[in-house]
Design a protein around this ligand. Structure first.
Ligand code: FES
Ligand code: FES
Length: 165
């Protein structure tokens, strides 16, 4: 069995795994990071979205061995209960969740959308970019509002931290 090493939420991780293991199963079953969800068997729903070396990926479409040496960020590493990430705070404030099953993937996607498109997002951009994330509760209106607001707050947070430097 291959020995796998990567960084997950800032911590170095090493494990012997089955070469066929998916990254999402490694995160959930080996590391017990169950905030990353499995919502389909077809790489369509986006519930498993994590960041790999800073880019959003569907962890059910990546073999764990493909993440050898990578930096992985899951929803558990995004914020804390005491200090939510601006995107998490925006989902809370704008009620961007119903059952919440899709929410971790939506938040990881939202952060990635802001990284690629900037902190001032258009509704059409967010709707188009969310094509790969399915909310079965169909509460997309609030999710889109939350992502636009969260992206703007990310910009404000980064401006504040630069001003303090
Ligand atoms: S579980 Fe990965 S896209 Fe659905
Ligand atoms: S909030 Fe339930 S699936 Fe999206």
């Amino acid at each position: 069995m291959p020995l796998l090493s990567m960084t997950v939420n800032g911590a170095a991780v090493t494990a012997e795994i089955d070469i066929r293991m998916l990254l999402v199963d490694f995160l959930r079953e080996e590391l017990r990071l169950t905030g990353t969800h499995v919502g389909c068997d077809t790489s369509q729903c986006g519930a498993c979205t994590v960041h790999m070396d800073g880019e959003a990926v569907k962890a059910c479409a990546v073999l764990a061995v493909q993440a050898e040496g990578a930096r992985i960020l899951t929803i558990e590493g995004v914020g804390t209960l005491a200090q939510l990430h601006p995107m998490q705070e925006a989902f809370r404030e704008h009620h961007g969740l119903q059952c919440g099953f899709c929410t971790p993937g939506m938040i990881m996607a939202g952060i990635d959308i802001s990284r690629r498109h900037g902190t001032e997002l258009e509704v059409a951009t967010v709707r188009s970019e969310l094509e790969g994330n399915i909310c079965r509760c169909t509460g997309y209106h609030n999710i889109v509002t939350a992502i636009i607001s969260g992206a703007r707050a990310m910009g404000d947070a980064s401006a504040t931290s630069h001003a303090a430097e």
